[in-house]
Design a protein around this ligand. Structure first.
Ligand SMILES: [Zn+2]
Length: 412
């Protein structure tokens, strides 16, 4: 039976969103958390964007060191041969790419303004796939932007051409959140049956259905005989109303009535990391987790009304579908209410040693301590907020990688 995989796009769709962004260290931490969770792939950035190069190379180095393993790191590139060449010039070690181009009549005429037709789109896409293969790409996904508003015959032709040229996956993008669970199920099933290629489902929440559509699309791929790769973002951040939330989608695929026990995950998901990754993303993006967020919201396991409280005390299953401990909740967390020493871009050695000492990190050599402190200062310049423990530990453990992440050299 085909399987369900998760591809998280927080470090691409999430960070390109208006008003939202992450430092390169924060992006790296997200990749680490996703890897710990058992997520198949992180779309980790933009290889043609110059300020991403050092970050992307440093994360590929972490993969080589075994730190970011087995997660797959893939870059997002326009399906333009020139862009693919630029990607390999800026990030020579990149091995996985998603190549994206608009396929709907609306976007072809609305964006290209009569300068390109469907045949041109097909040609650009296959040229980009050929270029990626020639330059050493091992994993290629092809994205049909606005697939949900694209003529199905053309979509089949497009995905088939991608497969014939060596793409391993086809991404069905419901770019505007236009699909509903019924329409996306049908569309993805038809594609899976007619093209014979694993399908990525990329959904947005403009009509409040991103998670429901992702689950329905995945069922369509599986019923059509192909593996499903669901695209998610942590806390659902993403363009406009956002993408399918990672945790909610995992919960839906593993615990909903029609899915529980029936579908196989391609990789074992460690849901116990849910609390950590969601909290970190909330801190890094500077967006509170909504109180009613599935699984990780403050109210996800809170009960006050008489009947509910009585019921859940007698047997939690009366009012809870799953246990909080499954999501890594329930551990006490230390919140400072008195004096606090924070990291900062103007921090000094004494405060730094104090902060690290609280995490049982000591430095034998003061040169080493000064070096890590200097990196922490730079990280603070980017983050503009005190770093969290995991970030400080990362910098102390991998100073050479941190140095690369923090290196920005414009106008080279
Ligand atoms: Zn998107």
């Amino acid at each position: 039976m085909p399987k369900v995989y998760f591809i998280d796009v927080t470090n691409r769709d999430g960070v390109q969103t208006a008003r939202l962004g992450l430092s390169k260290l924060e992006k790296t931490m997200i990749n680490i958390y996703l890897n710990d969770m058992g997520i198949f792939q992180s779309e980790f950035g933009f290889p043609t964007t110059r300020h991403e190069s050092a970050y992307l190379q440093a994360n590929l180095e972490l993969a080589n060191m075994g730190v970011l393993q087995p997660i797959r790191l893939s870059g997002w590139v326009r399906a333009v041969a020139n862009d693919v060449e630029t990607a390999f010039r800026f990030v020579p070690n990149i091995r996985h790419l998603n190549l994206s181009i608009s396929t709907s009549e609306q976007m072809i005429s609305g964006k290209f303004q009569g300068k390109r037709n469907r045949e041109d789109i097909l040609m650009m896409m296959v040229d980009a796939v050929d270029a990626a293969k020639a330059l050493g790409a091992e994993g290629i996904g092809v994205n049909a932007e606005d697939a949900s508003r694209t003529n199905m015959d053309f979509l089949i032709k497009f995905a088939s051409a991608a497969r014939e040229h060596g793409a391993q996956r086809f991404r069905y993008c419901d770019t505007l959140g236009y699909d509903d669970p019924f329409s996306i199920y049908e569309a993805v099933k038809v594609l899976a049956e007619n093209v014979g290629i694993p399908i990525e489902i990329h959904c947005h929440g403009d009509l409040g259905m991103a998670v429901a559509n992702s689950v329905a699309g995945a069922k369509g791929a599986i019923d059509g005989g192909q593996d499903a790769y669901i695209n998610t973002t942590v806390n659902g951040v993403g363009e406009r109303a956002g993408n399918a939330d990672l945790i909610a989608t995992i919960l839906a695929v593993t615990k909903s009535k029609g899915f529980v026990g029936k579908y196989q995950m391609g990789r074992r998901i460690n849901l116990k990391k849910a609390w950590n990754i969601s909290r970190f993303a909330s801190y890094a993006f500077g967006i509170p987790i909504p109180i009613n967020q599935p699984g990780v919201g403050a109210n996800a396991f809170a009960h006050s009304s008489g009947i509910h409280a009585d019921g859940v005390l007698k047997d939690p299953q009366n009012y809870e579908l799953y246990h909080f401990a499954e999501l890594g909740r329930g551990e006490p967390e230390l919140v400072e209410t008195g004096r606090e020493i924070c990291s900062g871009e103007y921090g000094g050695i004494s405060g730094f040693r104090h902060i690290m000492g609280k995490m049982a990190i000591t430095f034998d050599d003061s040169e080493e301590a000064e070096k890590v402190l200097e990196l922490v200062r730079y990280a603070n310049v980017e983050a503009q907020k005190p770093l969290v423990e995991d970030e400080l530990l990362f910098i102390a453990k991998y100073p050479e990688i941190a140095k690369k992440l923090l290196t920005l050299t414009p106008l080279e």
